[in-house]
Design a protein around this ligand. Structure first.
Ligand SMILES: [Zn+2]
Length: 420
């Protein structure tokens, strides 16, 4: 396995910050625990504070106990958090990628690294309380207890408060890694933000994404270039587009929308097609995880099937299966929402290309394969018409985010796109 930070695409600054923090963290572990720390303050928090300042001239050098990784979807927030966690658990204190600490963290089996993936639309308070409690225990590996919260913007208010308490009075050796789109108060409460150090990730350039697809996934350079551009900086999506013909078909369905809009009936048909494509995309995204989880649970249950506690295990098994099904169902709902949003981003990319063409702006298109169609649209609509259509797509995203039923929002958008 390569060095853990190699997974981060086009994020040199963030990697730099994290490497220095890892070095500082290793120094904390080496330091003798002679001086007493006040109740509820870790040695780490005291040494550096949330912004790492206070002790030295270099604010990026220190380690701290709470971090927020921000960036647009696909920029690798959770990848960065996981790599950082691995480097903290690395027995060499570097993130070598090959020791047991790195390896188990990267594969999700390290005993002292907990990953919270909110399966539903928000993370509940009970889940958070249980997590905070467990995170307070002494790390079994003697290094750090790491809690990664992959979509911290989806915390409920009560869950956020439970987390805040833990961050305000951090157990020694516990590190919280939060991931969120931004530090806007809509995403992260101001009080939590004030306790954390922020690591901003950028949208990686198409070139950087293409490079990693070629190097890591062995994808042909021309396919990688096309997929990186079409995915608009979303690394995971670029990889799916490059490797999965069905993902390409679903994208074609989305990009066929503009030329399908020939009347009211066609607009409603296009709305259904778009939603179906998003549902299929979502199903493909969760299928892999679902299968792996079911297999893992079956193995775990099968292992306890013949011993003395078999009857108890059977009773427990039914409950666990039910829990898993519930979790998977709520994750499917969320995946559908995410997939629909990505489809809308694709569509917005098309109208943006049309606008760029109408303005004759010297900017590279998002969708290199629909340039001719975007140009034809530009001739018909002019810049103003292209802009109105682009706005209709963005309004649809906003409406869905504000909990308007997706079908209703998408139908309204299709009518607006048709009428112009
Ligand atoms: Zn290592």
């Amino acid at each position: 396995m390569p060095e853990v930070f190699a997974e981060l695409v086009g994020q040199d600054e963030a990697v730099d910050t994290l490497r220095r923090a890892v070095g500082a963290a290793a120094a904390v572990l080496r330091a003798p625990v002679s001086h007493p720390t006040g109740p509820g303050r870790t040695a780490v928090a005291e040494a550096t504070g949330p912004d790492g300042g206070g002790t030295g001239p270099d604010p990026g050098a220190g380690m701290t106990h709470a971090w927020i990784f921000t960036g647009p979807p696909g920029s690798g927030r959770s990848v960065a958090a996981r790599a950082f966690a691995a480097a903290l658990q690395c027995v060499h204190g570097t993130g070598c990628g090959s020791c047991a600490g790195c390896h188990t963290t990267m594969t999700g089996t390290h005993a002292d690294v907990r990953l919270v993936v909110p399966d539903g639309l928000s993370i509940g308070v009970n889940e958070m309380r249980a997590l905070v409690l467990r995170a307070a225990s002494t790390p079994s590996g003697g290094r750090w207890q790491v809690v990664i919260i992959s979509d911290a913007d989806r915390l409920t208010e009560a869950a956020g408060n439970a987390l805040l308490k833990a961050i305000e009075e951090p157990p020694p050796r516990t590190v919280f890694l939060l991931c969120a789109p931004s530090t806007h108060p809509d995403d992260i409460s101001v009080t939590i933000r004030s306790r954390c150090r922020v690591v901003p990730l950028r949208q990686p350039s198409a070139g950087a994404v293409a490079e990693v697809l070629v190097r890591r996934d062995g994808i042909a350079p021309d396919v990688a270039e096309w997929a990186a551009s079409a995915a608009q900086g979303h690394v995971g999506r670029a990889r799916r587009l490059a490797g999965d013909p069905e993902a390409r078909t679903r994208r074609d369905t989305v990009l066929a929308v503009p030329r399908r809009l020939t009347g009211v009936g066609a607009a409603f048909d296009a709305a259904s097609a778009l939603i179906e494509a998003a549902e299929a995309e979502a199903a493909a995204t969760v299928a892999e995880t679902d299968t792996a989880e079911r297999a893992a649970l079956q193995t775990a249950l099968g292992a306890g099937g013949t011993g003395r506690g078999a009857a108890g295990a059977m009773r427990g098994a039914a409950g666990q299966l039910k829990d898993l099904e519930k979790r998977q169902k709520s994750r499917a709902t969320r995946a559908q929402r995410d997939a629909l949003d990505r489809a809308l981003v694709d569509l917005a990319g098309f109208y943006r290309d049309a606008l760029v063409a109408a303005l004759r702006a010297p900017v590279a298109p998002v969708h290199t394969d629909t340039v001719a169609m975007a140009r034809a649209g530009a001739e018909k609509w002019d810049a103003e018409g292209a802009l109105r259509r682009l706005e209709a797509v963005l309004e649809c995203r906003t409406a869905i985010e504000a909990n308007v039923k997706p079908k209703i929002a998408v139908e309204a958008m299709m009518l607006a796109l048709w009428k112009g």
